[in-house]
Design a protein. Structure first.
Length: 133
C-alpha cells in the first residue's frame, strides 16, 4: 500500500518476524508496541573513552557538512547532545524536520572542543587510510 510521502509500505508479520530474528537480543532492546527499539542511554557510557568511541561512530555514520544528521532517532539525538556537551562542545543545538515529514530528521550542530576536533581528525585520517588500502 502507499504510505505517507509516497513511500511503499509492506505490512507482513512473517517478514517482521524474520527481520527481528536477525538481531540478537540485548539488554537495551525493548518492544514498544509494534516495533523493537534499542535504547541508548547515558548510563551506558561509564568512561570518557566510551563516550569518545560512541561519538566517533556517530561521526562516521552521520556527519553531513558541519553537522550530524540522523533519521528517526530522537532518543539518540538527546544522548549525542549530552555526549558532545560532556566532551566540551559548545553551542550544541538540535533541529527537527516539521511534523508530518517522513522520515523524521534531526540535525545536530555544535562548536567542537579541541578534544572533539582531534577525535574527528583521527577518525578522518583512519577512514582515508582505509580507503587507500
Amino acid at each position: 500500500r502507499d504510505g505517507a510521502g509516497g513511500c511503499t509500505v509492506v505490512a507482513s508479520q512473517m517478514m517482521k518476524g524474520h527481520l527481528v530474528s536477525l538481531y540478537p537480543p540485548y539488554p537495551g532492546r525493548v518492544a514498544t508496541g509494534k516495533r523493537m527499539q534499542g535504547s541508548v542511554t547515558m548510563g551506558m557510557f561509564k568512561t570518557r573513552e566510551a563516550k569518545r568511541s560512541y561519538l566517533a561512530g556517530v561521526y562516521l555514520r552521520h556527519k553531513q557538512g558541519d553537522a550530524l544528521v540522523l533519521a528517526n532517532s530522537a532518543h539518540k539525538v538527546t544522548v549525542i547532545c549530552q555526549l558532545l556537551t560532556d566532551l566540551g562542545a559548545s553551542h550544541v543545538d538540535r533541529k527537527r524536520t516539521p511534523r508530518g515529514h517522513y522520515p523524521t530528521m534531526f540535525t545536530v550542530s555544535f562548536a567542537p572542543s579541541h578534544e572533539i576536533e582531534r577525535l574527528f581528525q583521527f577518525v578522518d585520517a583512519q577512514r582515508e587510510a582505509a580507503r587507500q588500502r
